[in-house]
Design a protein around this ligand. Structure first.
Ligand code: ADP
Ligand code: MG
Length: 486
């Protein structure tokens, strides 16, 4: 049975063969021994944007050549005709548009007698592949460059993508994570692992606005979003998570918030202070007038003296408040903290006696002298001491302790009471303007104190359990670069 008989019996007509060739996703060209095109498939004509009719019988190396090999055309053809198979890069020159990079495979075309009748060239368009490779490279680069950690898993929970940021956040190399079963990494990945698996199982997006995770020995705040991935038919084809380090953003927000609150408090304070200062001035004047009416030894003289002192204190507080809305011009002095604290405790002795509060001094003689803005720092300690006494309406102990912290080169003042304490839900509110739980409170004392201590580059920390008292720790660096020292 000859080949032609078998083919004719196999295929209904030759058209079927042409259809197959025309539908191949690669160009097919057959050249005669003289180099003329004896067959060209439709894909090839489409790539060249020329009608088939124009191409058949033309030579790719003619004047309007459409195929250029990177090496010599004729040499290539001759090698093929001698029986060699050739694979190389070339390019097409279509009628319109840019040249197209191609990879060609050329081999001899043998007739049914086994004689070489020409050359067959298969042409793969590299343009689409190049574009795809390029876009894949770009995609990878973008995914690795963004400062959001990205990870994805397949429907079974095995990691399919992991960018550089994600691996940095969780102390691993991307390549080490690829292909791992994500739930196995729960200890290392924290909530990312469990929430991503949940998104995968439920098909619902889940986010965690805030979670804490240690990065390079520092606790930082992250946010997490987990989303299912869906295929064209809507089925779950995996899930992915985005992790962002929002510590800086949170810090900025807190700063802006506090600054805004301080601004409002400052403006309000300035307004109120002006209004109050005037009546206080006239009261002061009248008290001084009254003083002239009593003898120096009369008890009234003593009362008026106390009234004057109290008025001056009120005036001082108002002045402090005005400073909040005005640029400060602090007077810095070398001071002994123990001495200042002792002074402040003396001021509240009367108050403490009435409230049955025992005042305990635990002053360390090691505390070095330090530069502070005296009046402001006095205000801080007085605020904290008064708060402590006010927190013990049925008596208790107020301990004021000082300590030198050589490692931090700072002085630490601890003001502890055995009072009502602060519930943990309210701890974050301390220092907010007008936050008070006391009937006659203003909620300004702590705000001012925080501000003053911040100005000294120090910090105030609070420890408390509701019902078990509170401790306010003020750390003041000795070599603080106070704004006025710059
Ligand atoms: P005020 O004293 O006018 O209320 P502060 O800013 O001084 O304003 O204090 C704000 C709030 O902080 C108080 O109302 C109280 O709820 C809480 N607080 C401050 N110090 C203590 C303390 N030592 N013990 C318990 N609560 C305290
Ligand atoms: Mg107070």
């Amino acid at each position: 049975m000859s080949d032609s008989v078998s083919l004719e019996s196999l295929y209904e007509d030759r058209q079927t063969l042409y259809d197959v060739l025309d539908n191949l996703p690669l160009g097919v060209v057959a050249l005669s021994t003289s180099g003329k095109a004896i067959f060209i498939n439709q894909t090839m004509a489409d790539m060249l944007k020329l009608p088939l009719k124009k191409l058949v019988r033309s030579s790719p190396a003619d004047q309007d050549h459409w195929l250029r090999f990177e090496s010599d055309h004729r040499q290539m053809l001759d090698a093929c005709l001698r029986g060699e198979r050739i694979a190389c890069r070339a390019y097409l020159l279509p009628a319109k548009g840019e040249r197209i990079p191609v990879r060609i495979h050329a081999f001899p075309l043998c007739n049914k007698h086994g004689d070489t009748a020409g050359v067959v060239i298969l042409i793969h368009n590299l343009q689409e592949q190049n574009v795809l490779e390029q876009s894949q490279r770009e995609y990878r680069y973008i995914v690795d460059s963004i400062n959001t950690g990205i990870i994805s898993v397949d429907p079974r929970g095995y990691i399919t993508t992991c960018n550089k940021t994600f691996s940095e956040y969780f102390g691993a190399k991307s390549c080490e994570l690829m292909g791992k079963y994500f739930p196995d990494l729960r200890a290392q990945m924290g909530p990312a692992s469990s929430l991503l698996m949940q998104a995968l199982q439920t098909g619902q997006s889940i986010s965690l606005p805030e979670f804490y995770h240690e990065l390079n020995g520092q606790e930082r705040i992250f946010s997490l979003e987990c989303m299912p991935l869906r295929d064209e038919s809507g089925g779950i084809s995996g899930a992915f998570a985005m992790v962002r380090d929002i510590s800086t953003q949170r810090l900025m927000e807190a700063k802006v918030n506090r600054a805004m609150q301080l601004n409002i408090a400052g403006e309000l304070g300035a307004g109120i202070a002006h209004e109050i200062r005037n009546p206080l001035t006239s009261i002061r004047g009248f008290i001084q007038l009254l003083k002239g009416r009593f003898t120096n030894t009369s008890p009234e003289q003593e009362y008026l003296e106390i009234m004057l002192g109290e008025l001056d204190r009120a005036n001082n507080i108002i002045k402090k408040f005005l400073l909040l809305s005005k640029p400060q011009n602090p007077k810095l002095q070398l001071q002994d903290l123990n001495y200042i604290l002792d002074d402040m405790l003396k001021l509240v002795e009367g108050e403490a006696l009435i409230a049955e509060v025992e005042l305990i001094r635990r002053f360390s003689p090691e505390v070095p002298l330090m530069v502070v803005e005296t009046e402001s720092i006095k205000q801080v300690f007085l605020n904290l001491i008064q708060n402590a006494i006010q927190a013990m309406p049925s008596g208790g102990k107020l301990t004021v302790a000082t300590e030198f912290l050589p490692v931090n080169n700072a002085n630490l003042v601890k003001i502890s009471d055995t009072g009502v304490g602060i519930p943990s839900s309210l701890l974050a509110k301390l220092g907010n303007p007008f936050f008070t739980t006391r009937k006659n409170g203003t909620g300004l004392g702590l705000m001012l104190s925080y501000r003053i201590v911040e100005n000294h580059n120090g910090k105030i920390e609070v420890e408390s359990t509701a019902g078990a008292g509170a401790t306010f720790s003020v750390t003041l660096p000795i070599s603080a670069s106070h704004p006025a020292l710059d």
